[in-house]
Design a protein around this ligand. Structure first.
Ligand code: SAH
Ligand code: SF4
Length: 391
């Protein structure tokens, strides 16, 4: 096939069509899909693998979006790419910076929908909290996202695009020729934004594979944590097909209470969930499963709860992450007192588990866990918050 061959029918089998919707976005395509796309527009088959590697490195290692800057490709080939493809990111429509350095991006995706991405800086590292769906099908009663219906799943490109736009904002693309800096501003990813990642498995998997690819963003699988409310049938697959660390929104120690807090429990109850976690292939002392536990006053925060929690998870390589409830307007719960949280943490600690209490970050910009999206919409309707930086 010559380099200028017309688009062929193969194109129709691509994840997004090449033709009538304009250029195909290369961001989010797996290596195989990118290779197929390049062949479909005329790249000789024997070159496609190498071209994919070159383009991949430009996009994910160097942050280049313009084909003309891909200087190791011949000019006519760059023109061919520009004719059929784009390197497109979701659009940041608002950017807020908290007093503690947390950055929250309101990100607009195709169709005008919006999700939020949060960057949380720490000493020598930084974590990006990524969304996987617009809204959520689940209705956890303490979660603001749970009050919104699911609008749609994000594509792999929209998921990985959140990483790229954060690196843009952090100005974290290598400067050619400069010595390689091993400390990273964006060193960790948590899939703890809006949505249930295991209900958008394929797109999340493809995006995380891209994040881990050594020729690009190159994050270790141990620096990626996927949080699930407990979609049991997808848990083993998470280890096998993604290989990242796992966090589980546990939040209760009896089925009666968990049914109310995390209604997916009615489908897969505590015993079933724990069985799946016990056989999580990657769990080990160096790769513990995080049990997230939101502290709700007089609901799940008693000493008895703490003791039951320790008994339930016995034998699972685990750490327990206590999350002080982040209140939102109209929420039917209150945050447990600091003393109660400390007493709860103490019981867990004495039983031999690490029990860090998650410090809420970015509260002044409503970027904390479970406060995402609807809050931004509400604020925007009412007023522009003073002191925030908006783009
Ligand atoms: N859907 C996934 C991931 C997104 S939620 C899940 O449920 O695991 C990320 C974490 O924030 C979950 O543990 C969730 O239970 C918790 N969370 C949700 N709303 C919260 C709130 N208002 N305060 C504190 N934590 C909350
Ligand atoms: Fe969805 Fe997670 Fe919120 Fe539950 S806690 S409603 S699963 S985003």
């Amino acid at each position: 096939m010559s380099a200028t061959a017309p688009i062929t029918q193969d194109v129709l089998t691509l994840p997004r069509k090449l033709s009538d919707e304009g250029p195909v976005n290369l961001v989010g395509l797996t290596r195989d899909a990118m290779q197929a796309a390049l062949i479909a527009v005329g790249t000789p088959e024997r070159q496609a693998r190498m071209r994919t590697s070159q383009i991949w490195a430009w996009i994910y290692e160097r942050g280049v979006r313009d084909f003309d800057q891909m200087t190791n490709l011949a000019k006519p080939y760059r023109a061919l790419l520009a004719e059929h493809f784009a390197v497109g990111l979701p659009q940041v429509v608002e950017r807020h910076v908290s007093a503690d350095g947390t950055r929250k991006y309101l990100v607009r995706i195709t169709g005008g929908h919006e999700v939020e991405t949060v960057y949380i800086p720490d000493e020598g590292r930084g974590t990006l909290c990524i969304s996987s769906q617009v809204g959520c099908t689940l209705t956890c009663s303490f979660c603001h996202t749970g009050t919104q219906r699911l609008v749609r799943n994000l594509t792999a490109g929209e998921i990985v695009g959140q990483i790229l736009l954060a690196r843009d904002d952090l100005d974290e693309w290598p400067v050619p020729g400069a010595p390689k800096d091993e400390t990273r501003l964006l060193s960790n990813i948590v899939l703890m934004g809006m949505g249930e990642p295991l209900y958008n498995f394929e797109a999340v998997r493809d995006a995380m594979k891209i994040a881990m690819d050594p020729e690009g963003i190159s994050l270790s699988r141990r620096r990626i944590t996927l949080s699930t409310s407990g979609v049991v049938p997808e848990i083993a697959r998470t280890a096998e097909e993604i290989g990242c660390l796992l966090a589980v929104s546990f939040h209760a120690t009896t089925d009666a209470v968990r049914d109310k807090l995390v209604p997916i429990n009615k489908k897969w109850n505590i015993a079933t969930l724990l069985d799946a976690l016990r056989s999580y292939p990657n769990a080990s002392n160096s790769e513990r499963i995080t049990f997230e536990y939101v502290m709700l006053k007089d609901v799940n925060d008693s000493d008895d709860d703490a003791r039951r929690l320790v008994d339930l998870i016995h034998g699972i390589p685990a750490k327990i992450n206590l999350i002080p409830f982040n209140e939102w307007p109209g929420a039917p719960y209150q945050r447990s007192s600091n003393n109660r949280i400390r007493a709860f943490a103490d019981i867990i600690y004495k039983a031999g588990y690490a029990s860090p209490i998650r410090t809420p970050r970015g509260e002044d910009i409503m970027a904390a866990c479970g406060q995402l999206k609807s809050e931004s919409e509400r604020i925007r309707k009412v007023r522009k918050p003073a002191g925030d930086i908006a783009v």
